[in-house]
Design a protein around this ligand. Structure first.
Ligand code: Z5A
Length: 212
């Protein structure tokens, strides 16, 4: 019997309000329509332990940046072992709302934690599991924040309370990381339909490796 091919690991990244939650189900459905088993998940979260950590992370005031970092990797370890790795091994594709690029952007760029420390945890916790494709949704900070403000009615979380300078640093780190192979920079400032056309283009070569 032929061994099952490993699934693909796709992450959706970007600062708040760029449309990750809006586009995640669209990508999942687009892939399922092509006969692919999809596991849709998010970070921090994806397991009972990691969802519990997410609640702490988003709500506990006065948290040191180092505690943020360690909580995120504690959640990520559970998510990797229980959800991401088993899915990839059985051949499913994992579509994840944020992953370690968010840690470089928010804890590295936003909070100022040394990226060498993040890289060390990344190596130890993730081992060989890295995204095959990072879809970076990018828009000026004012656009993303404006969308979130227009949607808002409920409480603002701890990260959303940060000022524009914090989100500019987050965006700068994301843009710098998107120069690496495997990343696709998507202009997220257009309409939902325009962004989804760009997302489909950015996935085409994974579905059909003959495409450029
Ligand atoms: N975090 C971290 O610090 N470090 C880490 O390692 C990880 C995460 C993994 C998770 O909170 C927080 O955790 C996050 C970073 C931190 N905090 N922040 N900021 P979350 O999941 O609740 O927050 P989020 O990821 O930023 O989600 P968001 O604010 O909801 O943004 P979004 O998912 O990208 O946007 P959306 O909900 O799809 O869209 C926002 C609104 O805009 C909504 O009303 C849409 O209908 C609308 N929208 C979307 N696209 C468009 C377009 N194209 N045109 C017009 N309107 C649009």
């Amino acid at each position: 019997m032929m061994p099952t091919a490993r699934g693909r690991f796709i992450t959706l990244e970007g600062a708040e309000g760029v449309g990750k939650s809006t586009h995640l189900p669209f990508i999942s459905e687009w892939l399922r329509a092509r006969g692919i088993e999809v596991v849709q998940t998010r970070e921090p979260g994806g397991t009972p332990l990691a969802e519990g950590i997410r609640g702490l992370f988003l709500s506990c005031g006065g948290m040191p940046a180092e505690s943020e970092l360690l909580l995120l990797f504690a959640a990520r370890a559970s998510h990797l072992r229980e959800v991401i790795e088993p899915a990839l091994v059985r051949g499913a594709w994992v579509i994840c709302d944020r992953f370690t690029d968010a840690t470089y952007a928010y804890q590295g760029g936003g909070r100022g934690i040394d990226s060498a420390w993040i890289a060390d945890l990344e190596r130890r916790i993730q081992g060989h599991i890295n995204p095959d494709r990072v879809l970076l949704l990018d828009a000026p900070v004012a656009i993303g924040r404006g969308r979130v403000a227009a949607r808002r009615g409920a409480a603002v979380d701890r990260i959303e309370e940060e000022d524009d300078g914090f989100f500019e640093r987050v965006r700068d780190v994301y843009l710098a990381r998107a120069r690496q192979p495997g990343y696709r920079l998507i202009d997220a400032s257009g309409s939902v339909e325009a962004v989804q056309r760009l997302l489909v283009e950015a996935l085409g070569d994974l579905i059909d490796p003959c495409r450029p």
